[in-house]
Ligand binder design. Structure first.
Ligand code: AVJ
Length: 324
């Protein structure tokens, strides 16, 4: 039986401050303006995202859970592992399905959760150590996009990247990131379990990012609250309107914040003043959608072999297992 796990910290000191400053400077001086989605997730933003996952319009979380409930055993049997590594583990609410299935294969010994948030790592760990007292839990505080090199390079590993988060990367960064994971697994072997939302009609996609209760709008505007707090900025948060648009030529949903009047915003933390014209839009997220063949092609281009692919009963979402 294992005791409470210590978090291994790999984030550079002042990571949040320095990388936030860099992103904000680059994004708000560019045309068009944009911010990376990772800054949504302070405590309030993470709580709003948890609410989003339960909204009637937001199907991806339920679809992925259905897939894992039905097929986790098949996934584990296809490529058993002694180490499960979960990138962006967050609340790890679907992870027990995967852990149970891998334990049944008789090889699983450790679960490595990777997240930038200590709070998320600790919260998820409490629950998992009660449910799986014999599993070694190794929480890692790191920025998985840039710090894959701190992850275990030994053993038969399965890297799980679920939730559709890969959709936040544009095609170039996605290709690079998949190659990085392939390289991590290349020494010693292992697999990648990848969750992706699928292309579907705009009348289903758009409401998933623009719900009636306005939770997603609140989540979107939260990034401005983060900038106000962390950089002493003076965004009038309520003066920005939530926009969710399907961009068919890129096969992604874009979230934007639209200025409802001309504004001058001051950001002392980055020594910056920024003008917004009336109606100007700031892009805050892309969420790419995939086809089953498209994701297989991207994985193969990164060096993987496809070992299996599973969808929910309504073909809204896919989970793909690929061997390095
Ligand atoms: C956590 C990136 C998978 O793109 O669907 C939910 C984030 N944004 N509603 C997604 C999100 C707006 C979510 N990911």
């Amino acid at each position: 039986v294992h005791g409470p796990a210590e978090i291994a910290h790999y984030l550079p000191p002042h990571f949040l401050e320095s990388s936030l400053r860099k992103d904000v400077l680059a994004g708000l001086t560019a045309t068009p303006k944009s911010l990376p989605p990772k800054w949504f997730y302070d405590d309030r933003g993470s709580a709003l995202f948890e609410r989003i996952t339960g909204l009637p319009e937001y199907y991806p979380t339920r679809a992925e859970r259905e897939i894992l409930e039905r097929y986790a055993e098949d996934m584990a049997a296809e490529l058993p592992a002694d180490t499960l590594i979960e990138l962006g583990s967050g609340s790890s609410s679907k992870t027990p399905l995967l852990i149970s299935a891998l334990l049944e294969q008789g090889r699983l010994q450790r679960y490595v959760s990777v997240d930038v948030s200590d709070a998320a790592l600790l919260g998820a760990g409490d629950h998992l150590s009660e449910t799986f007292p014999h599993l070694q839990l190794s929480p890692v505080a790191a920025d998985f996009e840039h710090q894959l090199h701190v992850l275990p390079r030994d053993g038969q590993r399965m890297v799980a990247f679920l939730g559709g988060t890969i959709g936040n990367l544009d095609p170039e960064h996605r290709a690079e990131f998949l190659k990085d994971i392939h390289e991590l697994l290349g020494s010693g072997g292992g697999s990648l379990l990848l969750g992706t939302d699928l292309v579907k009609p705009a009348n289903i996609l758009v409401p998933a990012y623009d719900d009636d209760a306005g939770v997603t709008a609140d989540f979107n505007r939260n990034v401005l609250r983060v900038l106000n707090r962390e950089l002493g900025a003076d965004f009038d948060v309520e003066a920005f309107e939530h926009v969710a648009a399907w961009v068919p030529e890129n096969r992604w949903i874009e979230m934007r914040l639209r200025a409802t009047r001309p504004m001058l915003v001051t950001l002392p933390g980055v020594d910056l003043e920024v003008n917004f014209s009336d109606g100007e839009e700031l892009r805050t997220e892309i969420s790419a959608k995939f086809t089953r063949d498209g994701i297989a092609d991207e994985l193969e281009a990164a060096g993987f072999r496809i070992a299996g692919q599973w969808c929910d009963s309504e073909d809204r979402y896919a989970v793909t297992l690929a061997e390095a």
